[in-house]
Design a protein around this ligand. Structure first.
Ligand code: GLU
Length: 416
């Protein structure tokens, strides 16, 4: 991340543009520009060598006018408070775009999980969750996985919360393993939702998916499964990358084979028959569809003029800066913004929470059908807004849909 990049200022700028466009009373922006509540915790953890190390964690609850706050927990060495605040704001609007009854929240712990043993990771996860236990809960704030956090980590956190509260509380967190109340289809949901909106957008811009070339930055849960799903639709994956490097092959890459390669070597870099064009090189390749599926601040004003894709689908949160947005828009590139393109994850998290509260579990087909309906409807609402104005990009259109909804909830509650 560049030193001058502040994701929270970026989120505020996006929000301001939407509030202005909607002509809202300034009171709405005043409430929404900051999270309602932020908790910073110091987390002591006994390391395997007997020493004690103290980690810093955050939980930001941006807005709960529509419902309890919802959003993942990120474990990453570069986590900052402003990043977590921005991510929590994006969650408010992500839930607004897909119309699920949640506000936005986000958590983060400054750590490098790749350097922790499994037992250290477990202690860190449990201690962090115990430290934020008073402000989370099935009716208050429901965390989930995000960058470098897994179903196993969700299981430890849910167990810790259940012990603190002295009852089994599967609804406190989503993205859990199936056996303790996870939902079928949750693991694939972010990528699947992304695929659904790509299908809708491709039809609008006249792009045939059969043979369409795809470049993906990031080969974690979202990027990897998106590659598999799009390949299943006939797309050709020409490049994928991760934090260590990239694999580019214009003849096409088998997403399952390179996934197995990453499982054994830890990276996609060095995959046989591919060229390493670097993690950032993937963004400017000639291709039809570009999927940033890593971190924030990737498509910057310096990168945007070089983007050659016809469609950009943001599986990551915040990959494109506002300056870059303008350039992509002027160049006629359609961007499916994060709050729409990766909303499949939180949508199936919502389904998981509903199933937990009912104690009744759905088939994978039911989950995927419901997800499909939600994503198609959300795309259509955003696309209609985009067409209604005629002079805005899809991100602004998505914000207009979302902010309008959150503002309505604040109005009827009497906040403004
Ligand atoms: N971390 C994911 C996101 O950014 C999922 C959040 C959730 O499922 O609550 O959307």
């Amino acid at each position: 991340m560049g030193n001058d990049f502040n994701p929270f200022q970026m989120a505020q700028a996006q929000l301001k543009a939407a509030c202005d466009k909607l002509g809202l009373d300034p009171g709405y922006y005043e409430i929404l520009k900051e999270p309602l509540r932020v908790l910073t915790v110091n987390i002591p953890v006994k390391m395997d060598d007997g020493t004690t190390k103290t980690f810093i964690g955050f939980r930001s609850q941006h807005n709960d006018a529509v419902g309890p706050t919802k959003g993942g927990i990120r474990f990453h060495p570069d986590v900052t408070l402003d990043e977590v605040k921005a991510l929590s704001m994006w969650m408010t609007f992500k839930c607004g775009v897909v119309g699920i009854p949640y506000g936005g929240g986000k958590g983060g712990v400054i750590c490098n999980p790749k350097e922790l043993s499994k037992s250290e990771l477990e202690r860190l996860s449990r201690n962090y969750f115990r430290a934020i236990a008073q402000i989370v809960g099935p009716e208050k704030d429901i965390p989930a996985p995000d960058v470098y956090t897994t179903g196993q980590i969700m299981a430890w956190m849910m167990d810790e919360f259940s012990k603190v509260k002295q009852f089994n509380a599967p609804g406190v967190i989503t993205g859990k393993p199936l056996i303790i109340g996870g939902s079928r289809g949750r693991n694939e949901a972010t990528a699947r939702g992304c695929m659904y909106v790509i299908v809708e957008a491709a039809a609008k811009i006249g792009l045939s998916l059969e043979g369409a070339t795809v470049a993906i930055q990031g080969y974690g849960n979202a990027g990897r499964i998106a590659a598999e799903l799009l390949s299943g639709l006939g797309c050709k994956i020409v490049a994928v990358s991760d934090s260590r490097g990239a694999a580019y092959n214009p003849a096409g890459i088998d997403p399952w084979a390179i996934g197995q390669f990453k499982d054994t070597t830890g990276t996609v870099k060095g995959y046989p028959g591919s060229e390493d064009i670097g993690n950032a090189g993937v963004l400017t390749l000639p291709c039809d569809i570009l999927i940033p599926a890593a971190l924030e601040n990737q498509i910057t004003a310096a990168v945007a003029p070089e983007v050659k894709a016809k469609l950009v689908a943001e599986a990551a949160n915040g990959p494109t800066t506002p300056e870059a947005d303008k350039i992509l828009f002027e160049n006629g590139i359609m961007v499916l913004p994060d709050i729409l393109a990766n909303a499949g994850g939180v949508t199936v998290s919502y389904f998981e929470w509903v199933q937990n509260l009912m104690g009744y579990y759905w088939t994978e087909e039911e989950v995927n059908d419901k997800l499909h309906q939600v994503m198609v409807q959300a795309f259509s609402n955003v696309y209609n807004m985009y067409q209604r104005y005629g002079d805005i990009d899809m991100r602004t259109a998505a914000y207009l849909v979302a902010v309008e909804r959150v503002a309505q909830a604040m109005e009827v509650r009497g906040w403004v």
